[in-house]
Design a binder for this molecule. Sequence first.
Ligand SMILES: [Cu+2]
Length: 158
Amino acid sequence: MIRATVSAAALLLLAACNSGEQAPAPGAPTVTVADALCRPTPKGRQTTGCYMTLTASGDDRLVSGESPQAKYVQIHESRMESNMMMMQQMRDGLPLAAGQATSLAPGGNHLMLLGVEEPLATGDTVTLKLTFATAGPVEVTARVAQPAAGEYDHVAAH
Ligand SMILES: [Cu+2]
């Protein structure tokens, strides 16, 4: 008898929890950015690659980037063609699946800075503003450093 009363109370609690889950309006979609890093610009070059990890709260798309330190910021993909690493702009942007960490990394997708006026050296920072299809824009401060050793030298492909 006592046991029956307890489980009835537990069921009521569960019911309360379940109905509560649907009540709150979904928060505004957001994208979080981690580990933002830009390579130092090679001597005499005004282009370099930036890498980071993006996680969107809902399905989204990185559509563009900008930086006060570069004339253009493009979203690039890399792929092997006839044993050569080729890069091309992702004109439709980079899809982000809800809750999944999407990496921009050497040898893969990356942000390309073009027309970098002031050379970037290790220890500098780059301010990037990323624009998404759904989430609000995100401002990122990337540190300038060489990615971990052994990774593909992106700039050589340019
Ligand atoms: Cu590139």
